[in-house]
Design a protein. Structure first.
Length: 293
């Protein structure tokens, strides 16, 4: 089944997470004309007796002074990592933007350093508590793993999509894959959410969600789909993902995290619905964003 392919790809790398979000599997969801936001990787990594920890952040390069898009992306990254950096009201993401054009502002690399130090210190203490007075745990060779990646995933004329994935293991039967993302409006950095789509509970919209899930799991009947779903999800109503709509070259990507609508073994159900099919449910905000002319 497709979910088995997903698990195999997850072990190979970050881009496989969204295999269900493009029909072709091509992760370069941009064109040269649209690809106006350049990024630079800032990578932090440590491997010690407690485990392996990594933070890989593609920070956007400054485009112009007080760039609203760069500020919005950096603010979102900070919030995804905990939202505690510069724990005062003095740190203003918009004001901190405005470094040299084509460069990563060093104040944001400092943000990455802060969160990486916080992450490693927290896990090292958790590991110490786990193994303290527990020689059996130590003898099993248990080691933690926490790998977080932020990267630009797709870009259009009027929008850019960032995604982040966390691969984490803290002992126990298995680890977890957490996935999230955000599409930003280029003109002002506005975050695009499900609130700019209407009538998502209507039968026609629900039919699109059901079709996407059935294609992902390679199912043919409602009964098969019902057997895969859990919680509030059913063949009569599929909730929207907690992950916001992710704009791509081919349409809007829907991503459900583990346990959100299905069991752990079901993976991360994901699929793309074309802009044409979503047109009747788009508010003007979205219609303007997907205009390429």
């Amino acid at each position: 089944m497709k979910r088995n392919k997903i698990f195999a790809c997850l072990a190979l790398g970050f881009t496989a997470i969204l295999i269900g979000c493009t029909q072709s599997g091509d992760q370069k969801n941009t064109s040269e004309n649209n690809d106006t936001l350049s990024v630079a990787p800032v990578v932090r990594h440590i491997d010690d007796s407690s485990g392996t920890y990594a933070l890989n952040v593609n920070l956007p390069l400054q485009r112009m002074e007080d760039d609203a898009l760069v500020a919005a992306i950096n603010e979102w990254i900070g919030e995804q990592l905990g939202g505690t950096y510069a724990d005062t009201l003095n740190f203003d993401y918009a004001r901190q933007s405005g470094g040299a054009k084509g460069q990563v502002d060093t104040r944001f690399t400092a943000m990455v350093d802060f969160y990486f130090a916080e992450m490693t210190a927290r896990h090292q203490e958790e590991f110490r508590q786990l193994t303290k007075g527990n020689p059996e745990a130590a003898s099993l060779g248990i080691r933690f793993n926490d790998s977080i990646v932020f990267k630009k995933y797709a870009e259009g004329k009027n929008w850019v999509t960032y995604v982040n994935k966390q691969d984490i293991y803290m002992g126990g039967a298995h680890g977890s894959y957490l996935f999230f993302g955000q599409t930003f409006r280029k003109s002002d950095g506005r975050r695009i959410g499900w609130d700019v789509f209407r009538n998502t509970a209507d039968d026609d919209f629900q039919a699109l969600l059901k079709a996407g899930l059935m294609e992902y799991w390679e199912l043919k009947t409602d009964t098969e789909l019902e057997n895969h779903l859990m919680g509030t999800a059913s063949v009569y109503y599929v909730p929207l993902p907690q992950c916001p709509p992710l704009f791509t070259k081919d349409g809007v990507c829907f991503v459900y995290n583990q346990y959100e609508i299905a069991a752990y073994a079901a993976g991360l159900p994901s699929f793309t619905i074309s802009y044409d099919k979503l047109q009747p449910f788009m508010m003007t905000t979205v219609k303007r964003l997907v205009q390429e002319k």
